[in-house]
Design a protein around this ligand. Structure first.
Ligand code: ZN
Length: 192
């Protein structure tokens, strides 16, 4: 496919996602691997942030392409461990929403920074995504299995973002997609 047909396909995918924004974050059903895997795909705040991490990592290029997503995945696991048996903090939902806004802006404005700074920033956002669910779950084998599904889905979403980012589509699309993600983050903040 040429560039403009890729743009068309991506626009279609985004248009398909838009109506489901009404359900930004459906309830948690922590019953197993499948539920854990499904959650980032149905929780649009996670989906937007995780795809954006991959997309931004691709535009940073070099070692950032794997270090930034690796930082997100590992710090999300740390966040979940911190959250296990801790109180659910309302601020965490705002932190997730803020992470979506920030990542959208990083994509839209093609912000450049050294790899360690990018990894620290992305990892800091990931703490919120992990903590939110760690704090909702009792310590059990179910929580670990659920967490495994959640982590695997995160990796898949990073790869999708990396792939989209590596296509080097029209920079106008990158601006629009980043802007749309940032706006959706504003919506998540109000819905939180
Ligand atoms: Zn969630």
């Amino acid at each position: 496919m040429n560039k403009s047909s890729w743009n068309f396909v991506i626009a279609l995918v985004l248009a398909g996602l838009a109506p489901s924004i009404a359900e930004a974050h459906p309830g948690l059903h922590a019953n197993g691997f499948g539920d854990g895997f499904a959650h980032p795909f149905t929780g649009l705040d996670h989906l937007c942030a995780m795809v954006a991490v991959g997309y931004w990592a691709a535009s940073l290029g070099g070692a950032a392409r794997w270090i930034a997503p690796a930082a997100f995945v590992s710090l999300m696991a740390v966040g979940a461990l911190l959250g296990l048996n801790a109180v659910a903090l309302p601020m965490v939902e705002y932190g997730i929403a803020a992470s979506v806004v920030a990542l959208g802006l990083l994509v839209a404005f093609n912000v450049r920074m050294p790899v360690p700074a990018a990894a620290a920033l992305v990892g800091g956002f990931a703490l919120f995504h992990g903590y939110a669910h760690g704090s909702e779950m009792p310590v059990s084998s179910n929580a670990l299995v659920y967490g495994g599904g959640f982590l695997l889905a995160t990796v898949v979403l990073h790869v999708i973002g990396l792939t989209l980012g590596s296509l080097r589509v029209n920079p106008v699309f990158t601006r629009l997609a980043g802007g749309a993600i940032a706006l959706s983050g504003c919506y998540f903040a109000f819905a939180a």
